[in-house]
Design a protein around this ligand. Structure first.
Ligand SMILES: C[S@@+](CC[C@H](N)C(=O)[O-])C[C@H]1O[C@@H](n2cnc3c(N)ncnc32)[C@H](O)[C@@H]1O
Length: 321
């Protein structure tokens, strides 16, 4: 563990949110929401089935992130890099490897307790390992088992509140400031206090001048529904729900501009959901009956996708662009 930030029970609870995310994703994949041949390798099946609105929420989240990944890849003028913050057991590296050679380097950061488990799972599974090994099959596991370095894939254990630690991890992972860079923060910044999240965003804005940042997290929490969400978040170890989660997505975009990004936009997930084609929504809606349509709308209204960019290359990135 790094020396600047000490590990607490709260951090333990935050790291555990990864298991929940992975299990929910697996449940949705098994019901046919989207395809992911790797997620089952990272989780056990859930004893009880999650509610349909949870699966639909995850579908919208995965699709929204995917939409912007594709826009980013289309605009890259050279081999790019992806930086997955608070990656948990996300399988994106393997899913992308199956469809594109455009990603030169994929870097994942999370608490060492989480990356150590991810390292173990990767080491045990041929299906995962064969996608990250070079021709000589070389994979280096370091930092007491919490870091894994291979050609084009780096998994590093670090506390995102520890800026020098993050910079060291980026260096160890071979991150290049000149490469087109996609930074993903899916349900992670909410677990950092406001000042730590802002410091991390400023550092990233500075480090990568050709960049797209995609943030998925809570918004509009300043109402009755939001109060319940805040209680749940606090119970799960979120130390402080910051002002940016109370505000509408537009305000979160303003904060990214203040952190040093050149352009930023945000949408609540209801808007993102409605931006999908009618056919796509009809396919997903046919998977499971949904009794509580209003509940899904409420959920979608309290999550936002915010996308920011640095540099001209990505200036026109937009919902439905
Ligand atoms: C809800 S999970 C999301 C995982 C993944 N991004 C996804 O969407 O499936 C939140 C992740 O952020 C990580 N995380 C939260 N705070 C962190 C911190 N200060 N440093 C490193 N990782 C952190 C947790 O360990 C956990 O894996």
């Amino acid at each position: 563990m790094n020396k600047l930030v000490s590990w607490s029970e709260e951090d333990e609870a935050v790291a555990a949110t990864n298991s929940d995310a992975t299990e929910c994703k697996r449940g949705a994949v098994e019901l046919g929401y989207w395809s992911d041949p790797y997620v089952r390798l990272f989780s056990r099946p859930r004893a009880e089935r999650r509610a349909p609105e949870i699966h639909r929420g995850y579908y919208a989240r995965v699709r929204a992130v995917e939409m912007f990944i594709h826009q980013f890849l289309e605009r890259c003028d050279s081999k790019c890099q992806v930086l997955n913050l608070g990656c948990g057991f996300d399988t994106l590296f393997w899913r992308l490897r199956d469809v594109t050679q455009a990603v030169g380097n994929f870097i994942e950061l999370d608490f060492p307790t989480v990356t150590a488990k991810k390292c173990q799972i990767i080491k045990r599974n041929k299906q995962l390992l064969e996608k990250i090994t070079n021709e000589d099959g070389e994979v280096a596991i370091r930092a007491g088992g919490a870091d894994l370095h291979a050609d084009g894939y780096h998994l590093c254990g670090v506390d995102l509140r520890d800026e020098p630690g993050v910079l060291r991890a980026l260096t160890a992972a071979g991150a290049r400031p000149d490469a087109p860079t996609l930074v993903l923060a899916e349900c992670v910044l909410v677990y950092l206090r406001e000042d730590a999240a802002n410091r991390l965003l400023r550092l990233l804005a500075q480090q990568f001048p050709k960049q797209v940042l995609v943030v998925y997290e809570q918004c509009n929490l300043d109402d009755k529904f939001g109060e319940v969400m805040i209680r749940n978040l606090v119970a799960r170890g979120c130390g402080e729900v910051g002002a940016r989660h109370m505000d509408a997505p537009g305000a979160a975009a303003g904060r990214l501009l203040a952190a040093g990004y050149d352009a930023a936009k945000g949408w609540d997930m209801d808007t993102v959901w409605r931006s999908l084609s009618e056919e796509e929504r009809a396919r997903v809606e046919a998977l499971e009956p949904l009794d509580e349509r209003e509940l899904l709308q409420q959920l979608h209204a309290h999550y936002a996708l915010t996308v920011a960019s640095r540099g001209d290359l990505f200036a026109d990135i937009d919902l439905n662009a």
